[in-house]
Design a protein around this ligand. Structure first.
Ligand code: LYS
Length: 252
């Protein structure tokens, strides 16, 4: 017996609509987890030649190994990463996403991989704290918590958006803006390699940063939590953090 065509179409359409994220058990069976990152946020995730590298890349590779999985990496622009989880284009995202209420409505975060915050970087030594941004032009990356929080400072003259955080950094380096708001550890690394008259001021806000999975994928989030807790307990997280930052950046 063959199905009428209209019924087959209906069945296929309902499969597409109800498509579920792969559970941890399904990923295990496949042996491979697909992880997406940005590759433009050193030292957390960046390209070293053709190779995705950085603290989050090493961390995710180590977590996957503990979970008995191989990793298939994808690199995409920051603003495409969470949407791709919803469309089941990858199983997990690790790209320094801060846990916010709004993002938590769209995706499920695992336990935090590190704690940090948005910090002010400027050339003018008088620009240090949020109040010093009054009347100033500030560069931030689009779609980030830096943008969200700088926009809340009503006295800021203009917030300039850039597709990549490294472009926001260049804008400050070239004197096109008065300040750059970025992650504290990104700022530290940028100043260490190329200070160019820039200094680091104070936090605008602090945040907890975590890997994300598709909304409601509890089995994968749980497996990640477990692997991360093990790495934090046995010293391997600490060693990795020391390697990249010279300190332990876990949340306390
Ligand atoms: N932590 C910030 C956020 O959650 C920046 C993420 C990384 C940007 N390349 O938006």
């Amino acid at each position: 017996m063959t199905l009428p065509k209209w019924l087959a179409v209906l069945v296929l359409a309902s499969v597409a609509v109800t498509a579920q994220a792969r559970t941890f058990e399904e990923i295990k069976k496949d042996g491979k987890i697909v992880i997406a990152s940005e590759g433009a946020f050193p030292p957390f995730n960046y390209f070293q030649g053709p190779t995705l590298s950085g603290f989050e890349i090493d961390l995710a590779n180590a977590l996957a190994k503990r979970m008995g999985l191989q990793v298939e990496w994808r690199a995409l622009s920051f603003d495409a990463l969470l949407a791709g989880l919803r469309q089941d284009r990858w199983d997990m995202v690790i790209a320094s996403f801060g846990i916010t209420d709004e993002r938590s409505k769209a995706v499920t975060f695992s336990s935090p991989e590190y704690c940090s915050g948005g910090i002010i970087v400027a050339k003018d030594p008088a620009i240090r704290a949020s109040k010093d941004l009054a009347g100033k032009v500030v560069a931030v990356q689009t779609g980030t918590t830096y943008l969200e929080n700088v926009k809340k400072l009503s006295s800021v003259k203009e917030v300039k958006n850039f597709p990549r955080d490294t472009d926001a950094r260049s804008a400050l380096a070239n004197g096109r803006v008065d300040a750059w708001v970025t992650d504290k550890f990104v700022a530290k690394a940028a100043l260490a390699s190329n200070p160019g008259g820039m200094h680091m001021g104070e936090f605008v806000f602090v945040e907890r940063i975590a890997p994300a999975v598709k909304k409601g994928n509890a089995s994968l989030a749980k497996a990640l939590d477990k692997a991360l807790a093990e790495m934090m307990a046995d010293g391997s997280y600490g060693a990795l953090s020391q390697k990249y930052f010279g300190e332990d950046i876990r949340c306390r």
